[in-house]
Design a protein around this ligand. Sequence first.
Ligand code: MN
Length: 137
Amino acid sequence: MKQIHNPESGHHLVLHIEDNEMNVELAYSIFEEMPGLELIIAADAKTGVSLARSRLPDLILMDINLPGMDGISAAKLIKETSETKDIPIIALSAEAMSDDIDRAMEVGFEEYITKPFKVSSFMDLINSILSGNRLKT
Ligand code: MN
């Protein structure tokens, strides 16, 4: 298995696949408060999947409603590729329908977060996943 990151470097790469500019701005402001984390953005799923393969981020934040391919299909592609299948993916969605959540969790998302979310809990979640201290529920 390909190593996703060097745990001793203290540096983590996070890929955010998000088409909404305000949400991208919010993500940048959150990540400014999180030293050691580098944020890269893809505005659509196709670009996101290809960045996941070329950059091998430590974590992916996936918007569900995207132009063209949706976030669930994109996550499925990422999970079907051996180089990227172990990258944790957090779903970020305005959809709170339980059918959507069920459909999403089948793909293997680490967590499903409904927007708007509490910034401090979001940061805690990212830190716990990246530090590998997260208890799988
Ligand atoms: Mn969107």
